[in-house]
Design a protein around this ligand. Sequence first.
Ligand SMILES: *Cc1c(COP(=O)(O)O)cnc(C)c1O
Length: 425
Amino acid sequence: MPSDTHSATPHSATPHAAASNPAALDAADPLRGFRSRFTLPEGVLYLDGNSLGALPAHTPERIARLVRQEWGEGLIRSWNDAGWYDLPRGLGDRIAALVGAAPGQTVVCDSTSVNLFKVLAAARRLRPGRPALVAELGSFPTDLYLTEGVGVDPRDRRLLDRDGWSLDSLADLLADDTAVLLLSHVDYRTGELRDMAAVTELAHRHGALAVWDLCHSVGALPVELDAAEADFAVGCTYKYLNGGPGSPAFLYAAARHHDTAEQPLTGWFGHADPFAFEPGYRPAAGIGRFLTGTPPLLSMVGLQAALDLWDEVDLTALRAKSLGLTSLFLELTAPLGLPSLTPAEPSRRGSQVSLRHPHAYAVMQALIERGVIGDFRAPDVLRFGFTPLYLSHADVHDAATALREVLESGVWREERFAASAGAVT
Ligand SMILES: *Cc1c(COP(=O)(O)O)cnc(C)c1O
């Protein structure tokens, strides 16, 4: 468990000594003050913040204020008085600062899946006469499902290999019939980080638009959407951003597409003049046309509270610590001999480590029983997410020790850890 009272001298740790002295690294960690701003249960070492981020300590109070005052007393007046109406754009601009987007190109709304539907459809309409779409066989399933939902003919859907691909193999799939390239910036299963600028440039060279899924990169590392000339992006806010379970997602559309992009979920929140109650749809100017309906205020303010924290985070320090944590975990677990799906090169790594074990489900259950919460991904992946705001190097050391003990003792073989039918998540 983390401790704020380390006596080791911070700057004497050499890279080699680092592994044996996580306390020294923690003492020198510029982000260590963020840990106390989260509420985490005693006895839990939480390595699943890439699936559901932890609770910022001030979030319950913010949600209570929404309920008691803004709703309970302000009632409908709160749409203006409490700023509810502006939250989709206002929170969008705060997330924009985390993903390298100039203001006015990002909104918070709906779920990642719904936003993917909107941007995939918009991107396809911007490239008429090009039926093809390129995506990844190994992508998070909802991304693939949505390519079906927007009507890409199976014969026009080209999929990158599940076991890895290069710029060359990607170039082989792109052609002058390709409207859209849909990719995850960080692969949810392996933690591999893609070169957004190089990939986007390749897509553009073939006349295709690049749609990026940032679910495992926002809040995990710096993202540069504008600099990479990305066309569209979506992402979750309940993972690394700690917005709370089911908090609304975000959607980015590059300003150059705002006048011409049309998305199919033409609800009144995306109308040019929503309170004119006109019978016909006219899209709002700018990013507002990507909105659809009334925002879920209860979870919007959970995200708002989390962003109060993120406004203070130095993303360069975040990235440095993230790589320090994942490198340390890889180093400490290397002697266990579990094959790693996560790239060894730091520049190709997100903020997670995925190790393979033939009985990964049972091993993870045994770890969870010890309070080390990571997750299992079928068929054989132990996935550990490293969230730099509330994890320390000492936590990483303790997690690696717990994994070693679970494997060496063979405790995972006990009956209670066996996967029952249907229990595989
Ligand atoms: C978590 C995740 C999603 C989830 O989408 P929802 O609509 O929020 O359920 C989508 N894509 C990726 C890559 C994810 O990791």
